[in-house]
Design a binder for this molecule. Sequence first.
Ligand code: TPP
Length: 386
Amino acid sequence: MTTTTRPQTEVADSAPELSTGQAAHMDMNPIDLGRIEVLQVLDEHGNVDQARDPGLSDSELLAVHRAMVLTRSFDSRMLTMQRQGEMGTFAPNLGQEACMIGQVWELTRQDWFSPSYRSFGAQIHRGWPMERLFLLWSGYHEGFPPPEGVNDMPFSIVIGSHVLPAVGIAMGMRRRNNNDCVVVNFGDGAMSQGAVSEAFNFAMVDRAPVVFVCENNGWAISTPTKLQYATDHLAGRGVAFGLSSIRVDGNDILGMIAAMREATRRARDGEGPTFVEAITYRMSLHTTADDPTVYRDSADSDPWHSRCPINRMEKYLEGRGLLSKEAAEKVKLEADAEVLEARERFRKIAKARPREVFDHLYKVTPSELEDQRNEYLSRLDRKGVD
Ligand SMILES: Cc1ncc(C[n+]2csc(CCOP(=O)(O)OP(=O)(O)O)c2C)c(N)n1
């Protein structure tokens, strides 16, 4: 793992001594953090850097590939369903599949995962049935709670709001003194939320076993990263709080796994939190309510087509004789079929319940709303709607 060049500082037990030495000159230039290399194991041509290869077995490599293909298949089906009026507004994962799968690949059932809204690839891998995610994104509250036995937090839409609670979970783990850890993800836009900086600080002071994964996908809705921060990288923000920080090619599944393996090892071994800045690109819409053509042109996204995380993995697997083109096509067809089966299960469960429209808002419904509810219910009665 390439960490920053800056050595980890020990947390002081007491107030710092005032240095009596005179600085040679008053230097207010920004401290040079140096260049923080971007870790890449699998390049876009399918070549692997053997020295940094996390060494997955053949079956693990195929499983990782399959998980990314399933993520894409689910994503594409969600978009079709949304455009046909069968799904609510959602945030596509297209292009971020390696980031999604890589960040949770090293987690155990005991570990916790606290996701942002653009995480369903990771959630499926963690054990969320796809029909539950369909329910969730089409507005059924049954879809929201994490499944029994899956140590995930419900995802957060309020940007950055879930990062401090994730640190809280990690602080609890530290007090229990077990080997578990927490992974929390968020976007480059979330880095501008004060709570994320607070989370970095609390985590470092407590040496909490948490891995922060920033999916730096180039855009926060219509705000490009160059308007989000004025430094070369976000990883430097971790360095400022004393965190071990790394930049990784977020479209490289092997790089993501290598980085997360070391980051989670550090957390489990009591070496404290790590900040992983994963460089990726949001290939699709911010959400289905968005039209990126009004604020970015294809020159911005074009270079990322050749960096596709799935294509490069297929080139690598083909080169190793593990996956032919035909076999890759079969994986895709099987994933599509699996998603369609989940859609059928979803359709059987998802029955609109118009009589609940006024429920779940107030513990005691205000009288004017109660009047509206009664009028609405009698209208449903007149129309014979259950
Ligand atoms: C506190 C808060 N402010 C604003 C919003 C509106 N909003 C929704 S998504 C988003 C952009 C987030 O971008 P980023 O963190 O980079 O994540 P990405 O969507 O790219 O994955 C904003 C500003 C919000 N949900 N919460």
